[in-house]
Design a protein around this ligand. Structure first.
Ligand code: CO8
Length: 258
């Protein structure tokens, strides 16, 4: 398995785990860490043995944001001409479902990276926020867009304009995260969810991810048409026949395309 400098990777069955590992800077996202996360996620994405990915950090921090020291020296021209952080688009293009397992700080780019995943499982120690305004900037890795879609305008404005942080309980209440679990159960819970996803037919899981993501990018009519096309596409798969036969025969489906 490839060795990376700023992330650790391991596999558990059909689940690929990527652990952000830049402990001295609370996993602050610099360019090197971004490259490692994107490369590791892409490697799992093309690995036929992997059906779901978990992205996690440390107990203290999922990620405390973009690396402020790296950003401090940048100019307007650097940002507009260098496409800084452009590779995160490759992360969101990963087809394999990705579960974010968040403990500790998920601030700024850390919160935005968690939101790039397909859903977030939070430890009860997790803290989310978009504090960029306190640094004289605004969210730049999707926070103003994904957060608003996730929790609505008023709550997103509250977080983005005040820069205040919220705890896991509030993040759960406003719909930013899917579940909150005790910190010592976080990885098991996330891997358990990922194992369950990985036991499904992978092309169907990818279609499901695609269909839900379409809801954020188009009109209801177009989204419904996309869903219908993707739904019909499932009928081209032997896994669809197996899933329905297994139901009739009162047994667990044994999907081929996993
Ligand atoms: N960048 C760089 N280093 C960091 C960062 C960061 N975001 N966060 C923490 N660190 C470093 C600290 O500098 C410190 O290093 P050192 O020991 O060398 O001084 C080490 O990590 C430990 O941090 P603290 O001593 O500060 O730990 P505390 O427990 O006292 O505080 C906090 C933890 C509250 C998380 C605090 O570190 C903090 O406020 N961090 C910054 C949080 C923040 O503002 N994040 C948003 C950054 S801006 C952003 O993410 C924009 C994204 C969009 C970019 C798009 C570009 C196109």
């Amino acid at each position: 398995m490839t060795q990376y400098e700023h992330v650790l990777t391991e596999t558990r069955g059909r689940v690929g785990i990527i652990t952000l590992h830049r402990p001295k800077a609370l996993n602050a996202l610099d360019e090197a860490l971004m490259n490692d996360v994107v490369d590791a996620a892409r490697a799992f994405d093309v690995d036929a043995g992997i059906g779901a990915i978990v992205l996690t950090g440390s107990e203290r921090a999922f990620a405390a944001g973009a690396d402020i020291r790296e950003m401090a020296g940048k100019s307007f021209v650097d940002l507009t001409t260098q496409g800084i952080f452009g590779r995160w688009d490759e992360f969101t293009a990963v087809r394999t479902p990705i579960v974010a397992a968040v403990a500790g700080y998920a601030l700024g780019g850390g919160c935005e990276l968690a939101m790039m995943c397909d859903f977030i499982i939070a430890a009860d120690t997790a803290t989310f926020g978009q504090p960029e305004i306190t640094l004289g900037v605004i969210p730049g890795m999707g926070g103003s867009q994904r957060l608003t879609r996730a929790i609505g305008k008023s709550k997103a404005m509250d977080l983005v304009l005040t820069g205040r942080s919220i705890d896991a309980e509030e993040a759960d209440r406003i719909g930013l995260v899917a579940r909150v679990v005790p910190a010592d159960a976080l990885l098991d819970e996330a891997v358990g969810a990922a194992e369950r996803i990985a036991s499904m037919s992978l092309p169907v899981a990818i279609a499901a991810k695609d269909a839900v993501n379409t809801a954020f990018e188009t009109t209801l009519d177009e989204g419904l048409r996309t869903e219908r096309r993707l739904f019909a596409g499932c009928f081209a798969l032997d896994d669809r026949a197996e899933g329905m036969a297994a139901f009739s025969e009162k047994r667990r489906a044994n999907f081929t395309h996993r």
